[in-house]
Design a protein around this ligand. Sequence first.
Ligand code: AMP
Length: 219
Amino acid sequence: MTVKDKILKALILGAPASGKGTISSRIVKKYNIEHVSSGDKLRDHIEKQTDLGKEVKSYLNEGKLVPDDVMIKFMIAELRKVENKPWLLDGFPRTVAQANALWKVQPVDVVLNLVVPFEVIIDRVKSRWVHLPSGRVYNIGFNTPKIEGKDDVTGENLMQRPDDKPEAVQKRLEIYEKVTRPVINFYKEKGILKEFEGRTSDEIWPKVTAYLDPIFQKI
Ligand code: AMP
């Protein structure tokens, strides 16, 4: 296989509400790759009230992690559907057990880690609204929808995620520190982690493209 035939497998990490969703959308659009977001996929199952949706609903509402065995089985199956395409994985893995399982079936090529101060994150979730079917995210006062409470593209209702409630956010940040921090170290040890610091997505985005442009040109 030549470098040109390589199908790039990228992964994005970052605390809840670190702008992962925004940066991911921009990456998949600019480089024309698949976006595989575990959170979006789970929310979709909940919305459609599938068996998986019913099983995971309470975890998401309380800001807790879905058990590893459920997540690993689900995401490995999802990734199989896009194995012949370049993709950006978002939200998975969140534990070292998940990272190990993923590494066995599909080692990733690059890992981007967004580093955003915690006080910025707390402020951001308070004003965050999402369009569930598409995963589009709005921030009041920063990236405000054109019509209050409505998605710019479809005009459908926006909602505040149950896990954006202050208690759930606190819980998610605690879990992030305890359980997901070791995932960052997992990729650091593999030598494929690249960190991007900033307070806003607009500050982080140019750093991301400066890093990814040469990688995608090489492919
Ligand atoms: P996110 O949209 O990535 O913040 O994910 C929202 C919620 O989905 C999380 O708070 C978890 O409840 C669940 N979730 C998403 N991805 C995972 C994962 N890799 N492992 C466990 N739970 C997950």
